[in-house]
Write a protein that binds this ligand. Sequence first.
Ligand SMILES: *[C@@H]1O[C@H](CO)[C@@H](O)[C@H](O)[C@H]1NC(C)=O
Ligand SMILES: *[C@@H]1O[C@H](CO)[C@@H](O)[C@H](O)[C@H]1NC(C)=O
Length: 290
Amino acid sequence: MASLGILFLFLSLICISAGNAYSFVNVHCKSQTRGQHGQQSMLDCVVNMAKEAADAEITLVIWKKSGDQKPLVFFHNGELTSVPRFQLAQPSWTKKNMNVSLLINGTTPSDIGEYELQVVTTSGDSSSKARLSVTAKYNEPTVRSNPEKDIPPNTDVTLFCSSDGGFPQGKLRWFDADNHDWTSSSEMEVKQTADNLFQLSSKLTLLKGSVFSKYTCTVLSASGTKEGETKFEVPLTPVKEGQESSLASASRVVAPVVVIGSLIVGLLMALLFFKKRNQRGHPVPQDQDV
Ligand SMILES: *[C@@H]1O[C@H](CO)[C@@H](O)[C@H](O)[C@H]1NC(C)=O
Ligand SMILES: *[C@@H]1O[C@H](CO)[C@@H](O)[C@H](O)[C@H]1NC(C)=O
């Protein structure tokens, strides 16, 4: 019975303190923001004041990245300081301005993470958190082949595709002119450049006899959206006059031979036929009749 009473007291204390904090000052941040690499990102936060505290003023603002010691934006004793690339979003912010959003200039994947905001006012204090994710669009893929040009028929060919500047890790896919997926015959390699962006390279090995003339390399974002594609024509040796395959030139000789040959045979047969008929039509000597 006693423990139930203590629990009840404890719960009501929580309700009262939570209610109190809520009734005067409450910082609310949009919990999740998606940023674009190289663009500005804003973590949108606003201080909500109760009617009773309508004329309250902000005395302290601290914007920090979770886990870091150094504040990104710091307002104290009427002085606002910030580190490069970070500032309050309102251009001429004052202690009466309840919009304490953070603006990040030139967002990069290194900015990904959780941010903490702490606000102290003349009527109480509050804090909130906001999370930033960052994406970067992959560049149009570039495709090349090995051998580079004049590939004779019946040769193994390797195609290389690469695309960089993207974040998070994406995928490269291969298709032939009939839109058949050749990705399973390829090998992809992933590298991360100094700015944390990804560079994707893929190698597609084509065995002689199964080389189509056209291929497409497609780059997909981490969520599977197509971000670019490049069509590539395999540089096969052009078929020139007089350089045709032996089969083709043979057929060019054989065809007239066949036509002329059958004409001759036909003529000979006709001759024979007429000869026979002439012989039979001739008057035969009487003594040969029985
Ligand atoms: C805070 O200020 C920024 C910059 O002016 C603006 O884009 C944003 O919408 C404001 N947020 C709120 C909640 O009013
Ligand atoms: C953002 O960064 C770019 C390049 O670093 C700079 O030219 C621009 O003035 C900055 N913008 C703000 C609002 O600080």
